[in-house]
Design a protein around this ligand. Structure first.
Ligand code: SF4
Length: 366
């Protein structure tokens, strides 16, 4: 085990990190933590620059057929008002993104595996590209689907897909999900491989500061992302929701500020490990610290997902509680983000797709 600044320099000089190195980095405090953030900021500047890419986020439906134990919109939460945007509302939001030069769009929903849903998305993807003159890259975040569905959506113009692994430790994954086939770790892994095989830019992510989670688990998560050749990552602090079964273990949680700091360290270490991937500064960071996303941008993240879901639906997409910006309209969100990103000495790359550089290299090599 390394100790002090010398240990830190030694780790930074390595071409790859061991699990023990990562655990050490995630435990840093004080000046050593500051040094970690300086190193990740340097690597970010060198490999992806100081541009921040916007992905306009449309949470188009909170209908979900699954029951993840941490999630506020899980099927068994009967207090949720379920909604489903019309195609017209989704197209309006997509036009807003294109008109405001966002470059990219994320369509996110609960998980529904049904032919009608597959058909609807296929048509919608084509309609969005037509309505916006092909100006937008489209990311989908609609959970586990069949290989055929992934292919159909890809052929209709979805270029990227986000599917969080949530935890790469199968034992911890089991504690976060009901023990049935519908929530199997293996199925989640197979879906990620299926997405990669289809040709998507594949994004994943984990929750940080979960009950039962150790630094060793988190180190394993980062190594998983590296070994899987993931192109994009969105990870944030775990925020408990009182209408979920996992809330029972709230006394096992780190204080929120510690979960926040641990998330920043995860982003910093990931940036050093995977220098040219896209890393999102997630909204969950802002739920703990008002300047949370800016802090993440400063030390390694390069993507922000402004919420462009029509305001009246936002209170119903509460995966966790205290979610910020649910009462604002898309314009407010854009304006506040511009000021915040300037504070982090970064600039918004308006009108650019901002594809993952890592993905381009991966495709060239394959
Ligand atoms: S995490 Fe996703 S799949 Fe799981 S219950 Fe929530 S919306 Fe559904």
């Amino acid at each position: 085990m390394q100790t002090g600044m010398i240990g830190l320099e030694k780790i930074f000089s390595k071409s790859s990190f061991t699990r023990e190195d990562i655990v050490y980095l995630l435990g840093l405090q004080g000046t050593e933590k500051t040094q970690l953030f300086a190193e990740s900021a340097r690597i970010k500047e060198k490999h992806v620059g100081n541009k921040v890419y916007f992905r306009g986020l449309i949470e188009f439906s909170n209908v979900c057929l699954k029951n993840c134990l941490y999630c506020g919109i899980r099927l068994d939460n009967k207090d949720v008002h379920r909604y489903n945007l019309t195609d017209g509302e989704i197209l309006d939001a997509a036009r807003f993104a294109a008109d405001n030069k966002y470059g990219s769009l994320v369509l996110q929903s609960g998980e529904i595996q049904h032919l009608n849903f597959t058909d609807r998305m296929e048509k919608l993807l084509t309609a969005i590209h037509q309505a916006t003159g092909g100006k937008l890259r489209i990311t989908l975040s609609c959970g586990e689907q069949s290989q055929d569905t992934y292919k159909r959506w890809h052929n209709s113009g979805a270029h990227r897909y986000l599917l969080r692994i949530e935890s790469s430790n199968p034992e911890l994954y089991k504690k976060l999900h009901p023990n049935d086939e519908n929530h199997s770790f293996q199925r989640r892994l197979d879906s990620l491989y299926g997405l990669q095989k289809t040709g998507y830019q594949v994004g994943t992510g984990v929750m940080i500061g979960l009950p039962f989670q150790t630094l060793d688990d988190l180190a394993g998560d980062l190594l998983f992302m590296q070994q899987f050749n993931i192109d994009m990552v969105g990870m944030g602090p775990y925020l408990e929701h009182e209408e979920t079964p996992l809330y029972e273990f709230r006394d096992k949680l780190l204080p929120r500020e510690e979960r926040f700091q641990l998330t920043l360290k995860m982003i910093a270490v990931l940036r050093i490990l995977m220098k040219d991937i896209n890393i999102a500064a997630t909204t969950a960071l802002q739920a703990i610290d008002k300047l949370g996303r800016e802090k993440a941008i400063k030390i390694g993240a390069n993507v922000i997902m402004p919420n462009i879901t029509p305001g009246k639906y936002r209170d119903d997409y509460l995966l966790y509680q205290d979610k910020p910006c649910t009462d604002e309209n898309p314009d407010d969100c854009k304006t506040c983000l511009e000021a915040r990103i300037a504070l982090a000495d970064n600039v918004i790359a308006y009108g650019e797709w901002g594809d993952s550089k890592y993905y381009s290299e991966r495709i060239k090599k394959s």
